[in-house]
Design a protein around this ligand. Sequence first.
Ligand code: ARG
Length: 574
Amino acid sequence: MNLKQLLDDRVAVAMTAAGVADAKAIVKQAQKSEFGHYQANGIMGAAKRQKSNPRELAGKVLKQLGDDMDLQLEVAGPGFINITLSPDFLAGALKKLQHSHRLGIEEAEEKVVVVDYSAPNLAKEMHIGHLRSTTIGDTAVRILEFLGHAVVRANHVGDWGAQFGSLLAYMDQLASQGEELSSELKDLEKFYQSASALFRSDEAFAIKARSFVVRLQGGDERCLALWEEFITESKRHCQAVYDQLNITLTANDIRAESAYNDELPVLVNELEEKQLLVESEGAKCVFLDGFKGKDDKPLPAIIQKSDGGYPYMATDLAAVRYRAGTLKAHEVLYFVGTQQQLHLRQVFAVAAAAGYIGGHQRFRHLPFGWVLKADNTPFKTRDGADVKLVDVLNEAVDRAHRLVNEKNPDLSLEEKKNIAKVVGIGAIKYAELSKNRTTDYIFDWDTMLSFEGNTAPYLQYAYTRIQSIFRRENILATEIKGKFHLTDPAELRLAVKLLQFSETINAVIEDYQANILCNYLFELAGIFMSFYEACPVLKASEPHRTSRLLLCHLTASTLQKGLDLLGIETIEQM
Ligand code: ARG
């Protein structure tokens, strides 16, 4: 049940009955659900438009709403209505959530949603910069699937193009020296660096590297075999990162740039037929209004380079064509950094001009900023290289292990290891997800691993504390029978918050801001703690004891589900 939706609807009906035109739209715009209570807004604006007195109009709306005995209503301020939900109403609403794994979240009408995320370039190892797209995209996927949509994970990895020339040439050179390639490829980053260093210092090698690009794109067997070997190793590395990071991507979700190779000449033909292509300095380009480069010159979208090669723009257009045409996506979400804003704007515009995107199909770029160090500089190693993602993940687990050791030295090594993994990885992901998506954020170990504040460890710990209530008396939470009986203000506040889970999820997917869910969970945990201080649970008399146990269980389930949608695990004890 979506509480906000329910109240919005009731207010809209009452406003219409009180003579307000377009009440539904007004309510949708203005209605706000506040912490612990609801407010009917938009009456003042409506009054102004129809030139009536706002408080008077509010009075009329209140009268219409008044038939709802379960709502406590009051005209307030210059003309809004405060709505307080009665204890009976709340108890009834909570009962519907109880023992339902959906926790009040209704299934949406199914849509096909393609989510383009992670998408590293396979020539290098995954680095810290990939954390954002990967975690935010995976959260979107989890939420959309939970809502019942048909989600296609699209891992548009970069596996083609010039950077593979030196890699293949280097592989070829090592092989001819009788080196074992598979062991050389163990450290992809080192391999990439050695190959690039050779490319820069050795002219003969550079010539060979360039010829390898041409041979690869021409379908040369030796080059393709080397390429296959490299790509396979690189994909294995990515999968290991996804598994450690609890990301739902699998090998089947990869649809690499090279997968579109055969469609690229077709694409060029289609654009030619639609008379969109212009030859400029030997390259085939599309020029569209509204795209200006430096000096205000028209900015071309290059579809085929003068040497016949196809750039990033071409594969992205082919991907749009595939997603809209073959997958019939209703919505396609691109979780890609801000620096590619212009590129994607151009891709979408050219695709629209070519008629690849239907009127009902929505392509959206959901950009994000950089990961920074405490001194506001980009997150790099001392010598300016990218920080490997595996190293960051391992460090997170190590740090969490030390914390667990201090906090709970008596646990077995096995338990400590498991907690360290869940807490360390959870902390990294949560630090990422709890920030506004579009801004840069500072990566700080101490803050993210703290057991206080808006962090994963805090929420994971709050969850274990609730679970310990049940453990103490061997109560099976799922089998508690009885009713909600709400009297204490702390119980009422917790009830309202629990009922706001559904509207929170809806708010998250409007703009894919996972921090809305993080804030919700953080507030929920806080409200629970105040409830737990104010209201004894195990020592309370009936009917309070059962009702409070039910509140505890619902809070634990909501925390767990919320974290799960963020891709963060919980443990029973820590
Ligand atoms: N591989 C690209 C990069 O590392 C990101 C791809 C994003 N997705 C896309 N359809 N362009 O920059």
